[in-house]
Design a protein around this ligand. Structure first.
Ligand code: NOJ
Ligand code: CA
Length: 563
């Protein structure tokens, strides 16, 4: 197979791409069994290309009993038969690459399903070589400082296994047994797993639950030095055998604990920024962007050729883990009014219902995500403002079938409604009659068309938007977040009004700015530059991207340091 992406695989592609997250089972069903599948993703690549997406992240597609949306892997070297075949994945990758879209898989290395043959062997026989692949205890009291993550469903990180006659350790659900990374064979096998799918052309992985691989008594069992060592080894393997492929860390930790995952350029090229996300929603609720400016200033620039990864929503709950107790309470007060909204201290809601279906705020938050100094990750369906089902168990409510049209099954499948992987959104404001790809395509002013415009303008200015350079500006007295993304041929000033009222904003623009800015999104905003300050008026929840050609003499005055 000649792979058209190879020539495109420069080392930095991930810094300019807009990423799009896809739970495969919920995206599009190609064969009428009611379950989304890999050929279904392939069938929708043109939609994604038109939207301006540069990379997709596929949620786990492995054989699995689906007790945790496939994050309970029962065979790392195969594809769940309901989702397709390895040939289907090869075709997806080839077709995606043909359109200039990269494909990331999900590398689930911390744990396996308790259905996995490794665990089945291990539990049955104490002398099995697989016994040491897991963590066992006679008392279930060890590692007591490791917090329980799924605190609404799990009482402990240890569960009794009657077949093994011992407790086994699991950081997530009791159907996901943690692997023992002190066993060399485990490390070797999991490196092979990584190799396997990159060999099928994947452009990298989003890596699941990275901080938890190694456990040590007396510690919180997260982010230990051995964890970093493993990922440095993995990264070296990628650089050697699959150059140009990337690793994205899912590490839901504070900024200081997260930064080391860049490993000074020797671990992950991208690290998800968990602390910012809930602060974006809090700031919007407060109609005051100061906390966002604060977090961004506290965020060190990603070192070397690496990048932060930002997101508004994903397939999990809006986690409040990186907030103080007071902040978390405020988050739930703003957005947790639905009686079933709260899960594990976070919110199982999608973007549009959280923001009460207010397209101004949805669009502003999307424009903010796309403007931040890092790679933006969109969550499927948020571009059309689709809704959720908090009445469903666990996090299923944010993983309902993609709304392609307002026809039967929202155009997701030819199966009858009662055979769909999950029920459709029924709330009229967010269901398929109000929100669908077909209904919004070509409709002026629709959220989808607005998002398409944002991606188009951003992609056309990839140079400024993909640079790690960033400078937050003061906006005295105005509820406006302002920052500059400096580029060699153009600097972009991003302005976001967090308030429900009109905001007149004055920002002192850095010395390099030429006096003739342009409103890049053509939103009819009058811009005035007087004495080194730019003034403009933003609508309630309005925003602007302002392009400045740099003055010829001093193009590089914006600092790399966001402080
Ligand atoms: C993080 C994933 O995003 C989540 O969906 C999953 O339940 C846990 N890791 C365990 O794999
Ligand atoms: Ca199917």
């Amino acid at each position: 197979m000649t792979d058209p992406i190879q020539p495109l695989r420069n080392g930095n592609w991930f810094r300019s791409a807009v990423f799009y997250e896809i739970p495969v089972r919920s995206f599009f069903d190609s064969n009428g069994d009611g379950i989304g599948d890999l050929p279904g993703v392939t069938a929708k690549l043109d939609y994604l290309a038109d939207l301006g997406v540069g990379a997709v992240w596929l949620l786990p597609y492995y054989p699995s009993p689906w007790r945790d949306e496939g994050y309970d892997v029962a065979d790392h070297y195969a594809i769940h038969p309901q989702l397709g075949t390895i040939g289907d994945l090869d075709r997806l990758v080839e077709e995606a690459h043909r359109r200039g879209i990269r494909v990331l898989g999900d590398y689930v290395m911390n744990h396996v399903s308790t259905d996995h043959p490794w665990f089945q062997e291990a539990r049955r026989d104490r002398s099995s070589p697989f016994r040491s692949w897991f963590l066992w205890s006679d008392t279930g009291t060890e590692f007591s400082r490791a917090r329980v993550i799924f605190r609404d469903s799990e009482g402990s990180n240890w569960s009794w296994d009657p077949v093994a006659g011992q407790y086994f350790f699991h950081r997530f659900t009791a159907t996901q047994a943690d692997l023992n990374y002190d066993t060399p064979a485990v490390r070797a096998e999991m490196l092979n797993v990584a190799r396997f799918w990159l060999g099928h052309g994947l452009d990298g992985y989003r890596c699941d639950a990275v901080p938890y691989l190694v456990k040590r008594e007396g510690t919180r069992c997260q982010s230990l030095p051995e964890v970093h060592r493993y990922f440095r080894e993995l990264r070296a393997l990628l650089d050697r055998e699959f150059p140009g492929t990337v690793l994205v860390a899912e590490a839901n930790q504070s900024i200081p604990e997260t930064v080391p995952y860049f490993g000074d350029g020797r671990e992950f090229q991208m690290v998800m920024h968990f602390p910012l996300m809930p602060n974006l929603f809090l700031a919007l609720g407060e109609e005051d962007p100061r906390r966002v400016r604060h977090v961004l200033r506290a965020t060190l620039p990603a070192p070397g050729a690496t990048s932060w990864a930002y997101f508004l929503r994903n397939h999990d709950e809006v986690t409040g883990e990186q907030l103080s107790d007071d902040e978390r309470e405020m988050l739930l007060w703003f957005y947790g009014r639905h009686p079933r909204a709260v899960l594990n201290g976070g919110l199982r809601r999608r973007l549009a219902p959280m923001l009460d279906g207010d397209d101004r705020r949805i669009e502003m938050m999307t424009a903010l995500l796309l403007g931040l100094p890092g790679a933006p990750f969109l969550y499927y369906g948020d571009e059309i403002g689709m809704g959720d089902r908090p009445d469903l168990p666990d996090r299923d409510g944010v993983r309902t079938p993609m709304q392609w049209s307002d026809g039967p099954t929202a155009g997701f499948s030819t199966a009858p409604d009662d055979r769909l992987v999950r029920p459709l959104v029924t709330e009229p404001r967010f269901g398929p009659a109000a929100r669908s790809v077909e209904g919004e395509t070509g409709r002026p002013g629709s959220l989808l068309e607005r998002c398409r415009t944002l991606l188009r303008v951003r992609n056309a200015r990839a140079e400024a938007f993909s640079s790690p350079l960033f400078e937050a500006l003061e906006t005295p007295g105005a509820p406006v977040l302002a920052f500059v993304r400096p580029g060699a041929s153009e600097h972009v000033l991003c302005l976001y009004n967090f308030a429900s009222t009109v905001a007149d904003v004055q920002v002192r623009v850095p010395a390099w700015s030429a006096p003739n800015p342009t409103d890049l999104l053509d939103r009819g905003i009058a811009l005035h530059v007087v004495d080194g300050a730019l003034g403009c008026r933003l609508d309630p929840f309005g925003f602007a991207w302002v392009g400045f050609p740099p003055v010829p003499t001093d193009p590089g005055a914006a600092t790399r340091d966001p402080g």
